[in-house]
Design a binder for this molecule. Structure first.
Ligand code: IPE
Ligand code: IPE
Ligand code: MG
Length: 230
């Protein structure tokens, strides 16, 4: 069982368009699915679930879609907060969250605080997140700390300045919606993750699909550059 699963929740727009619905309805359905999948992951014993909800590149989308997404996110966090608390789920975020609109930021801050002592699964939402931005932000903080220190930068120096240094690397990365690309997700952390792509759109991805991904993961041979184990 992977300790940490990361998911690129893709396909909301296509899911809606195929049903003759506006894209925002796909995002609404996607938000519901997020809660379902987080519960399923917790029950299966996964300790960390990291979900790509909005990328640094998603700001390029039409303003109406961005506004709808930010509104949905605020609503979702507000509505689900009692459930997060009750189910012992800890909420974290990663990304340039200062760029989010104030109501969304405030709802997130409140939920992060209210769940900070929970001991169940940690659900991390990647928001205004980019893997390159994260590395650039880490280096910026590292340079500020080093002031004139010219020793070589180590991998651990970078890791310590990521958005959440306590987040372990994901062992499994799932992408829904069928695209075989990373789209700037967790570039540092995914270096040895097993990748699993399913054509299923995110609003149709549930416990069954999660189990299938974990089954596929359990059949992989992870070598980490070494030769196969005897
Ligand atoms: C993923 O679904 C959700 C976000 C990027 C916010 P999309 O909105 O990318 O859906 P498709 O890929 O257009 O179907
Ligand atoms: C990746 O999906 C970002 C999220 C799921 C939040 P996109 O739909 O933005 O990715 P591309 O544009 O297909 O690479
Ligand atoms: Mg997409």
């Amino acid at each position: 069982m992977p300790q940490h699963i990361a998911i690129i929740m893709d396909g909301n727009g296509r899911w809606a368009t195929e049903r003759g619905l506006p894209r925002s309805e796909g995002h609404r359905a996607g938000a519901r699915q997020l809660a379902t999948v987080a519960d399923a992951a917790a029950r299966l014993g996964v300790q960390y679930l990291t979900l790509y909800a909005f990328s640094t590149e998603n700001w390029r989308r039409p303003i109406a879609e961005v506004t709808a997404l930010m509104g949905l996110l605020r609503e979702f966090v507000d509505e689900r907060l009692p459930e997060l608390v009750e189910r012992n789920i800890r909420l974290w975020t990663i990304g340039r969250t200062d760029d989010l609109p104030a109501p969304t930021r405030n709802a997130l801050r409140k939920a992060i605080e209210a769940t900070s002592h929970n001991t169940g699964i940690t659900v991390t939402l990647a928001l205004s997140y980019g893997g390159r931005a994260e590395i650039a932000d880490a280096v910026t903080r590292l340079l500020a700390e080093r002031a004139g220190d010219t020793r070589p930068v180590t991998e651990d120096d970078i890791r310590r300045h990521l958005y959440h240094p306590d987040l372990p690397d994901p062992e499994l990365m799932i992408r829904t919606g069928g695209e075989h690309r990373l789209s700037n997700f967790l570039l540092w952390q995914l270096s040895y993750a097993e990748l699993y792509v399913t054509p299923v759109y995110w609003p149709d991805f549930g416990e069954q699909q999660l189990r299938e991904a974990i089954d596929a993961f359990s059949r992989r041979e992870r070598r980490f550059g070494n030769v196969p184990a005897k």
